[in-house]
Ligand binder design. Structure first.
Ligand SMILES: Cc1cc2nc3c(=O)[nH]c(=O)nc-3n(C[C@H](O)[C@H](O)[C@H](O)COP(=O)(O)OP(=O)(O)OC[C@H]3O[C@@H](n4cnc5c(N)ncnc54)[C@H](O)[C@@H]3O)c2cc1C
Length: 289
């Protein structure tokens, strides 16, 4: 079967993002096998169609007009343990991985529990919380590079920063990853403490895409800065700066991407006027193309 025969119509990014925002998708493909991602990217390149690898849509702001290309929805979700190491498909739930590894007495991914992304999205974003981050425990990644095919990228060959990774300047797909954890009898206790804290310190049950801005430095969080500027509760259309965590924008009433962008810019401008600090986006803006 040719890969384009598996494309589906009628999907909207609104249903595929935790923000609940985004328009129709021109070509949609759900992939559960590694070779399907490879074929889909090759198809898009041959047909000169823009493509986007979608994990769980928990760090992306999609355009109200949708995406005029191919959305490849990664559902490759195997999970195999080998002592203190775990190999997982990039579509596996990062949150589930965090709780499952902690239950096994393995430490390193306790913070992942409650992060509503995929393993691929977490590596791409170098997701982190509670002083831990993805980069600290990743051992290797199986990557599809459109220019040379599949390759294993070792930890030493990857670069990470705060919510940044070398994958952000690459055009392929993270297919799977291997994490190296350590035995720790307190892993489950710590993971439960983290998730309890998350429930009270983030607007966990509202529609959002997590933190909007990167922290300006290790010592200064964007949330604290926005809060100090008195911007909690600021609204534009259906979007609001969360009253629980100032670095979250929540979709309180059918917000459009234009509402969120206008609010993001207002926050950026007001923070700059008061502090001379220019906040940078953490959330990924996905244009119509
Ligand atoms: C309530 C809430 C709480 C959150 N808490 C945290 C937190 O504590 N810490 C934190 O760091 N983040 C947090 N986030 C943000 C988000 O969950 C993470 O950044 C997560 O890792 C994103 O994964 P995803 O699969 O949803 O990515 P998506 O939004 O689907 O994609 C994000 C980017 O990654 C790329 N991508 C995804 N998968 C692949 C792949 N397989 N190959 C190549 N590129 C890929 C996409 O193309 C896109 O550019 C939170 C979000 C919400 C809604």
């Amino acid at each position: 079967m040719r890969i384009e025969e598996l494309f589906r119509n009628g999907h909207s990014l609104k249903e595929l993002s935790t923000f609940g925002i985004g328009g129709p998708i021109r070509f949609y493909l759900e992939v559960s096998q590694i070779f399907e991602i490879q074929q889909a990217i090759e198809w898009a390149l041959v047909h000169k169609v823009p493509y986007f690898i979608l994990g769980k849509g928990s760090n992306s702001l999609f355009d109200d007009r949708g995406f005029n290309g191919l959305v490849i929805h990664n559902k490759i979700d195997f999970c195999n343990y080998d002592g203190c190491c775990v190999s997982v498909g990039a579509g596996y739930s990062f949150s589930l991985l965090g709780s499952q590894t902690a239950k096994r007495g393995l430490s390193g991914l306790e913070f992942a529990s409650g992060i509503p992304g995929s393993v691929g999205g977490a590596i791409y974003m170098n997701a982190g919380a509670n002083g831990q981050e993805t980069a600290q425990v990743i051992e290797e990644v199986l990557y599809f590079d459109p220019s040379c095919g599949d390759k294993i990228i070792s930890r030493e060959q990857m670069a990470f920063g705060h919510r940044e990774s070398s994958f952000q300047s690459m055009r392929g797909a993270i297919l799977s990853a291997r994490f190296k954890l350590t035995e720790n009898n307190d892993a489950r206790k710590n993971q439960l403490a983290y998730i309890n804290y998350r429930m009270t310190s983030q607007p966990y049950n509202e529609k959002s895409a997590g933190c909007v801005f990167r922290n300006p430095s290790k010592e200064l969080s964007a949330g604290a800065l926005i809060d100090q500027c008195g911007l909690k509760g600021l609204r534009y259309g259906g979007a609001e700066v969360s009253r629980i965590h100032a670095n979250f924008i929540v979709n309180i009433s059918q917000a459009s991407s234009a509402d969120v962008m206008a609010l993001i810019q207002q926050v950026q401008q007001q923070v700059y006027e008061k502090t001379k600090i220019k906040l940078e986006y953490e959330v990924r803006l996905v244009p119509f193309e």
